[in-house]
Design a protein around this ligand. Sequence first.
Ligand code: GDP
Length: 296
Amino acid sequence: MFESLSDRLGGVFDALKKRGSLKAGDVDAAMRDIRIALLEADVALPVVKDFIAKVKEEAVGEQVLKSVTPGQQVVKVVHDALVGLLQSDDQDLTLIGEPPHAILMVGLQGSGKTTSTAKIAKRLTEKDRKKVLMASLDVYRPAAQEQLKILGEQTGVATLPIVAGQMPVDIAKRAMNAGRLGGYDVVMLDTAGRLHVDEQLMAEVAAVRDAAKPRETLLVADSMTGQDAVTVAKSFEDRVGLTGIVLTRVDGDARGGAALSMRQVTGKPIKFLGTGEKMDGLEAFRADRVAGRILG
Ligand code: GDP
């Protein structure tokens, strides 16, 4: 992720760092380059504008221009602004109150929802020592429920037994009951996805939400789809309400614009990054780490 952005910004910053002194005009030129680099990385225009305005305000200040290493100071201002853009207070899963805690996984088909469900379940089991139950509510795609069952066997996470013909809301209720009776800490509900956002999908997800009362509702979005991922996130936020975002396929996304736009446009924290097809291809999102990667 961020290869192209990182390359472009690296060039701008190398030039800046070499300069012994800086004038406001130098900073302006650097800001123009940063603006182009962000737009080319598919970051949404309003996000780019805000970002540049914030950086400019800080970077052309007297203190920066008169400092011994003005170029490096500008780089630091950009770094801090990036962290500010990406960071949120509720970065981690908030699983408080009486267990079992439902985590509702929503998103379009093919976004990586089932894979991410299993990855998060594995992480909660192994790292956080939680007792996790997974259930697939996807009764439309043939073999979707079996897919989750297989991932459960692979990762050693329990899955709700499949009952043929049962509808999503009823499966969600059965999963929560099984969670309570079985002493589970977390019940992960993998909902069905469609090829695009439609009313039927939203109504069904809303009904499942009402039945399961999730602590977390995570949108799984494919970072490779860039701005579309951000639009999808806004639709789900408006209709269902989200507590966070899982951004998948960042291993294949050289541009990285979705990550930068997502947080600002939706106001929701990115909680995890999907970094591969395998079950260990999951990273907890950390703003400083991502900003560091962008700036090289
Ligand atoms: P769903 O329809 O949203 O449940 O999507 P799936 O979980 O079935 O994932 C669709 C495809 O994307 C599968 O081939 C996954 O292995 C792949 N996939 C999911 N997450 C990632 C990721 O973070 N990186 C990569 N490279 N592939 C992923």
